[in-house]
Design a binder for this molecule. Structure first.
Ligand code: C2E
Ligand code: SIN
Ligand code: SIN
Ligand code: FE
Length: 377
């Protein structure tokens, strides 16, 4: 039996490709689009098997020591009675071990190992061979387990596949928690949005790691944006959307291959064209999540320029949403004063001169004025 060490969330994603990340992001947004637990569990297990290219999977939730078989793929027959979905933790020793160690278990070939009678029934009925048990962790608590496996041959799991499982399990746990909160109807909107915020923070961290950006750094960009927006008279009730928009501004880069995103040199015309699709990718992703629709202005429009020479739509002047006009100043100042794979950071004074020079060209003049005032204060 293979034991897998618990991996820290911070160590993830370096082994994951852009394509896998964008699939994960889509999974994450479908998970966030529903509050129905059965639906969440079905999406979760189908995503887990789909990402790993496996034939079969099952997902259990755990409450008060009792397991509940929430979903399987292929799906359970309609006549499968609800009663049969409940199981005792002690009847499933492998699941029990995952719950107590909070770490995954891998069986290369289930036929080789002693199984309890309940496990044997499950394994035989689904013709399982290699099995991976994965905990669903919410903070310190195991709130469920997902189990994926092969039915035709034995199979190993590569480190990047374990990473995918960790990220997926993190997202699924949050979705389950959201849905449980929602069901307890005394829960406030505030609690619900806090759970969403945690999902967003998680995604922002994943993105930053690919771009080699630190958490403190992103936080600063977000705080500066909110402060500038507030100075420029954006009402307090809109600042939450601005904050989320700034946090997610480059989420579209999720779909840009590493070879372009991390290229140490100047981009070719073709590469630039691909890079410049990131605002549209962001719009497509965020449009699927009601909660984030009002935050889409910054991700979608942050590369438009005041004089109309920006992308993706070449919007001009006040046709550019105000939050995006404000954010553009912060984004470029921040980009110029940071090291990039293709150049060293500029000095602060050089960056400020550039911003001043671009007032009325790249940037909305009032945003430049307010930014300079704020920076000096
Ligand atoms: P980013 O690095 O976060 O830069 C955001 C924006 O800051 C850029 O949007 C641009 O308006 C400004 N900016 C950044 N660096 C410079 C610079 O050295 N000089 C000037 N004048 N402006 C700068 P842009 O150009 O649309 O680029 C969007 C994203 O595309 C960049 O985000 C970066 O990830 C990527 N990118 C742009 N140029 C290159 C390049 O030559 N090589 C590589 N590997 N990536 C690039
Ligand atoms: C188990 O029940 O312990 C494993 C088999 C499964 O339900 O997928
Ligand atoms: C992001 O979290 O969306 C990227 C952060 C950044 O580029 O500053
Ligand atoms: Fe961008």
């Amino acid at each position: 039996m293979g034991r897998k060490e618990a991996i820290k969330y911070e160590e993830l994603t370096t082994r994951i490709s852009a394509k896998e990340l964008s699939t994960l992001l889509k999974v994450s947004s479908s998970l966030a689009s529903t509050m129905d637990l059965a639906e969440i569990l079905q999406i979760a297990i189908e995503s887990a098997t789909g990402l790993l290219g496996l034939e079969t999977g099952a997902i259990y939730t755990l409450e008060n020591g009792e397991l509940y078989l929430g979903a399987t793929t292929p799906p359970l027959p309609a006549q499968f009675s609800d009663e049969l979905r409940f199981a005792k933790l002690s009847d499933h020793p492998h699941i029990n071990e995952v719950v107590s160690t909070k770490a995954p278990i891998y069986l290369d070939d289930a036929r080789k190992y002693p199984l309890s009678s309940a496990e044997k029934i499950a394994v035989d009925s689904r013709h399982l061979i290699s099995i991976l048990y994965f905990p669903l962790l919410l903070k310190e608590d195991v709130i469920g387990v997902f189990i994926v496996g092969t039915t035709d041959k034995t199979r190993l799991f590569a480190p990047n596949e374990m990473d995918l499982c960790y990220i997926l399990s993190f997202q699924v746990s949050l979705a389950i928690a959201n849905s449980l909160l929602y069901k307890k109807s005394q829960q406030s909107i505030v609690e619900l949005s806090r759970a969403y915020e945690a999902t967003l923070e998680g995604w922002s961290r994943v993105l930053d790691m690919r771009d080699h950006i630190t958490e403190e750094h992103t936080r600063r960009v977000v705080e500066l944006t909110v402060a500038l927006a507030s100075r420029m008279g954006i009402p307090a009730s809109d600042l939450g959307h601005i904050r989320r928009g700034a946090l997610m501004h480059d989420i579209g880069k999720m779909g840009i291959p590493d070879a372009i995103l991390q290229k140490p040199g100047v981009l070719s015309d073709d590469e630039k064209k691909i890079m410049q699709t990131h605002p549209e990718k962001a719009r497509d992703l965020l449009a699927r999540i009601d909660y984030l629709t009002p935050a889409v202005d910054i991700p979608y429009c942050h590369h438009e320029k005041w004089d109309g020479s920006g992308y993706p739509r070449g919007l001009k002047g006040e046709a550019i949403p105000l939050p995006a006009r404000i954010f553009a100043v912060i984004d470029v100042f921040d980009a110029l004063t940071s090291d990039r794979p293709y150049r060293k950071a500029w000095k602060r004074e050089e960056a400020l001169d550039y911003i001043k020079n671009q007032s009325g060209k790249h940037f909305y003049p009032q945003a430049v004025g307010a930014f300079l005032e704020m920076i000096e204060a």
